[in-house]
Design a protein around this ligand. Structure first.
Ligand code: M1P
Length: 251
């Protein structure tokens, strides 16, 4: 690998794990071995608690990788230490925030779905996650909503409505997972994590993500000029692509 300073950066849902599922033993072993060869970073849309739960380390996940970026990097850790945290509350202010949340709750109160559960608005540090079916749904209800949404475009319609209703709030709406969408200030997408990484002088940043298409929450980072983007189709595909890349680099 010569004098290159290389970082491998991974999206989580759909890339290292199945959507909102726990990491497999196979992937965990693979990542542990990879970390011994190159610095590894994680960049997920979820909050830190969910990332820790999925990756099997709880909140200690921040100590297992060179970087852990939760909420797209709006909550950032390097070698186990918090190096940055953004606040959507500071960005929007209470009044605008409440107007926005109230509107979303009102909108969701008017739609009928096959099932509705609880936890429709999740307020995070740097973003708000809106979930029409409710985050407390079961795995089966999650999968059912995901299929229902493919047909009925509930989230797409909701997001289009929000774009029209709130053109001046400076928010971006991103459908990154199966049942919800994220709302965050424009520019606070996954490229946000680069402001921490770039300080550390990497000459090559390889990023692996599954939602690399326009509108997907990996897109902006995937196409960023300072990043070599790799589009994957599943956790197994990620392992195969990383293996090929390592073999290529070691030639
Ligand atoms: O990491 C992708 C997304 O994962 C979850 O989405 P969902 O619950 O809809 O499958 C959420 O944590 C979301 O914020 C995140 O972007």
């Amino acid at each position: 690998m010569g004098r290159e300073k290389i970082l491998f950066l991974f999206d989580i849902d759909g890339t290292l794990t199945r959507s909102r599922q726990d990491v497999t033993a196979k992937m965990k072993t693979f990542l542990t071995e990879l970390c011994q060869r190159v610095p590894v970073g994680l960049v997920g849309g979820s909050d830190l608690a969910k990332i820790g739960e999925q990756m099997g380390d709880g909140l200690d996940v921040v100590k297992s990788y060179e970087y852990v970026f939760a909420e797209n990097g709006l909550v950032a850790y390097k070698k186990g230490t918090c190096i940055g945290k953004q606040s959507i509350l500071d960005f929007m202010g209470e009044e605008k925030l409440q107007t926005f949340i109230n509107y979303c709750l009102q909108y969701m109160s008017k739609i009928t779905l096959p099932v509705k559960r609880g936890n429709f608005v999740e307020f995070r540090s740097g973003m708000i996650n809106i979930c029409p079916v409710g985050r407390s749904c079961s795995q089966k209800e999650r999968d059912d909503f995901c299929n229902y949404d493919k047909e009925h475009k509930m989230r797409e319609t909701f997001v289009n409505d929000l774009r029209k209703k709130f053109p001046d709030l400076g928010l971006t709406f991103s459908i990154g997972g199966q049942i919800s969408f994220d709302c965050f200030p424009t520019g606070w997408d996954k490229t946000f994590c680069l402001k921490y990484i770039q300080k550390d002088g990497y000459t090559k940043i390889h990023f692996f993500g599954d939602k690399t298409f326009p509108g997907g929450n990996d897109y902006e980072l995937f196409i960023h000029k300072d990043v070599i983007g790799h589009s994957v189709t599943s956790p197994d595909d990620t392992i195969e692509q990383v293996k090929s890349l390592l073999a290529e680099m070691e030639k």
